[in-house]
Design a binder for this molecule. Structure first.
Ligand code: ADP
Length: 466
């Protein structure tokens, strides 16, 4: 008898499209196991109108709760997005630590745990996701929960010297350590966490993947999240994908190479550095004028947070300046579109692109890099220019051209190299990239994690049956 899976995440996929890594992964697992998904409803109210709303979609049970205005400001926009997000992305300079916001974050974790606990059965597998819920495993234990509990961190875990700048860092990491399995995107994140636990919590590290703390064993391991690569490959060949490429064709003309960037507008994505690198390339190589078409798709996110408004202004200015300096009557070097597109349209653009620029300053994984690979035509694949600081670099380093996003001159040269790469080398690199993206896909990620949480699961068998 398979044990029920209980997924916990800030956002659930209730009622919406099952797109994005986490939503796809959890959704499939919960459908298979007839599981329960617990999280925020997405609604904000002046006062809490109700505890939990229960409903079912395609056999998956949902239990969601609203946030009050105060909780939304303090826990979500405040502590999660203005304290934890910047620190976890190595930007202590942008972090804003506020004791009241922290206390609100703690209260929300406790309140959520209290709502979830009565719904748990002894043999459930609880799988908590991301930095919104660092303390939740401990909060559940405090209520008497003794069952199997896993935690997965979707974003980076920085070196201890950086994480220690969070005023309440010990409470957060002790909370995580109430789990049985803690997953990270990369080996480097896992090692940072282990180092932190040994030095700050006085944990023993029995092996690279095993911590001992207060008489308990905690398995720590890298499980790089993947995408549904076959599905992405399929949609890249569909009509809707082709329509997007037809729309962009007039911009490409007969001979322009498409350089593509697709990111949520976030300071961790390094978009300004990328704009500068393209400007530098045009400065270095006038023969490329009129020959490249850089399209950057970047829908604004977290617009209520000041740093995000500043980024928006910075991008507007930079794109305007580069277009002003290098553009011509019949050519605009940078097309910068501050909006989002459907998955089909993105897939079509990925397939058409000669070069993808995925150059975050820090990123947990970066799924865009993997989507780009999955969408390629194997007979004429594009080139992935990838930041060494994206989690994806650990898996994709042999096939991608790695760059340091702070090194604008090198990035400009590397984009030039990507543009002139011969077909034989593009194919050779693509084989390496696709072996990783298709081999370690979303089902692999999910089942590897769950098999560590519940040893009765045979990961290989479940992936094959998928
Ligand atoms: P993050 O989770 O930090 O936003 P990822 O690269 O891991 O970064 O995941 C981003 C997801 O959002 C991908 O699935 C990508 O296709 C999607 N996405 C990013 N930018 C856009 C956009 N402009 N329009 C539509 N989807 C987007």
């Amino acid at each position: 008898m398979t044990r029920r899976l209980v997924g916990v995440s800030n956002r659930t996929a209730a009622g919406g499209p099952k797109a994005g890594g986490l939503a796809v992964a959890l959704w499939d697992a919960l459908v298979q196991r007839k599981g329960l998904w617990f999280g925020w409803s997405g609604e904000v109210n002046e006062q809490l109108r109700r505890g939990v709303e229960l409903f079912e979609e395609e056999g998956v049970e949902f239990a969601v709760t609203d946030l009050t205005d105060k909780e939304h400001d303090g826990y979500y926009l405040g502590y999660a997005n203005r304290s934890l997000w910047p620190v976890l992305h190595y930007r202590v300079d942008l972090a804003n630590f506020d004791e009241e916001e922290y206390s609100c974050y703690r209260d929300v974790n406790r309140r959520f745990a209290k709502l979830l606990f009565p719904r748990l059965r002894d043999d459930d597998l609880v799988w908590i996701h991301d930095y919104h819920f660092f303390p939740m495993a401990q909060d559940l234990r405090d209520l008497g929960w003794t069952g199997k509990t896993g935690f997965f961190l979707h974003v980076p875990f920085p070196p201890p010297e950086i994480f220690k700048s969070v005023p309440n860092h010990r409470a957060l990491t002790m909370g995580m350590c109430a789990s049985d399995v803690i997953g990270f995107q990369t080996v480097s994140d896992r090692d940072n966490f282990a180092k932190y636990c040994v030095s700050e919590l006085k944990a023993e590290q029995a092996s690279p993947e095993l911590l001992q703390l207060n008489g308990r064993e905690i398995r720590i391991r890298a499980y790089p999240i993947g995408i549904d690569a076959k599905e992405f490959e399929r949609i890249a060949e569909e009509e809707e994908a082709r329509n997007a490429t037809e729309m962009i064709n007039p911009f490409l003309g007969d001979s322009r190479a498409l350089i593509l960037g697709v990111d949520r507008m976030d300071y961790s994505k390094g978009i300004p550095n990328r704009f500068q690198a393209v400007g530098r390339l045009l400065d270095n190589e006038p023969e490329l004028h009129g020959k490249i078409a850089y399209t950057q798709i970047a829908p604004p996110s977290r617009e209520k947070v000041e740093e995000y408004q500043e980024l928006r202004e910075q991008l507007d200015t930079l794109a305007g300046r580069i277009n002003g300096d290098y553009g011509d009557l019949d050519w605009i070097p940078i097309r910068y579109l501050a909006r989002s597109y459907g998955r089909e349209q993105l897939a079509g653009l990925y397939r058409l692109a000669r070069v993808a620029l995925v150059t975050p300053l820090h990123d947990g994984m970066n799924l865009v890099a993997k989507e780009f690979v999955a969408a390629q035509n194997p007979e004429d694949p594009g080139v992935l220019v990838l930041s060494q600081f994206a989690g994806a670099a650990e898996q994709l380093k042999d096939g991608a051209l790695l760059v340091n996003p702070h090194d604008i001159a090198n990035m400009a040269d590397t984009i030039g190299e990507a543009l002139s790469m011969p077909l034989s080398e593009r194919k050779r690199r693509f084989e390496k990239l696709s072996a990783s993206v298709f081999g370690q896909d979303i089902a692999w990620w999910r089942e590897t994690f769950l098999a560590d949480l519940d040893p009765t699961i045979d990961a290989a068998e479940t992936i094959a049956a998928h």
